[in-house]
Write a protein that binds this ligand. Structure first.
Ligand code: MN
Length: 254
């Protein structure tokens, strides 16, 4: 199996290195990641300027490619010929910080996996539920297990797997929970400050979120010490609303 490893934290992220090192024994691994942190960049595509790609090495001397493009640009490049062969699986991570609930709308990690699914290649997003921890072992080990399951069971090409791993010692992880998205909302308060000239500025990087950890959700699994795996699809159609909208009366005719 040929796997593309990318991320949104940037090529120098230790989570990326941990993922590459874990996957190398079981797959051919190509690495292409942004040259800076694109966290919360969502599904950005660079179309107003050229994108550069250059060779580099990871901290363990693994050859890699890096780009000034966004995470989704990385996946696009890999799936359109920047490597000798395209990957059959794209894995983004290991992200620093969880991607649960509404995070998936903002996340560049999820966007990278989504770009793969858009192009007919399954994508896996992997996140460690801590901003500073370097304990990637449990997350990396689970990804290896998941890749083996994908090989055994197959995976439809429009699938995105969103994996979140609690930042606790591996021996304390209680298992794997298949979950739905929970509820997480940021930024209910405006963070307004003043610069030295008395002008206001704002921080939109809210440090706190409102979380509702309903049973069966990713948030609940993480809080309970479980690895969470949530299957996602690209199609965001609001199915119940199709029937409802059909009953509305629109006067315009095509
Ligand atoms: Mn990130």
């Amino acid at each position: 199996m040929r796997i593309l490893v990318t991320n949104d934290d940037g090529i120098e992220s230790p989570g990326l290195l941990a993922l590459v090192q874990a996957l190398r024994p079981i797959a051919t691994v190509d690495v292409l990641a942004p040259d800076r942190n694109w966290s919360a960049a969502s599904h950005q595509r660079t179309i107003d300027r050229p994108v550069r790609v250059r060779s580099t090495v990871l901290a363990d001397a693994t050859p890699a490619l890096t780009t000034d493009g966004a995470p989704t640009d990385c996946v696009c490049l890999a799936l359109t010929g920047v490597f000798p062969a395209p990957p059959s699986l794209v894995i983004a991570g290991i992200n620093r910080g969880s991607n649960v609930g509404q995070d998936i709308v903002y996340s560049g990690t999820i966007a990278a996996a989504t770009e793969a699914a858009l192009r007919g290649v399954p994508g896996i997003a992997v996140s460690l539920a801590d901003w500073t921890s370097t304990e990637f072992g449990a997350a990396a080990a689970f990804v290896v297990e998941l890749v083996r399951e994908v090989e055994r069971n197959g995976l439809s090409t429009d699938t995105i797997m969103n994996v979140n791993v609690p930042a606790i010692p591996a021996e304390q992880i209680r298992g794997v929970a298949v979950t739905s998205l929970g509820y997480r909302m940021y930024g209910r308060q405006l963070e307004r400050r003043s610069d030295p000239f008395g002008q206001p500025y704002y921080w939109l990087a809210a440090s706190t979120s409102t979380d509702l950890a309903e049973p069966g959700t990713d948030l609940s699994a993480l809080q309970g010490g479980f690895i969470s795996i949530t299957p996602l699809v690209v199609d965001r159609t609001h199915a119940p609303m199709l029937g409802e909208l059909g009953r509305w009366t629109f006067r315009s005719r095509p």
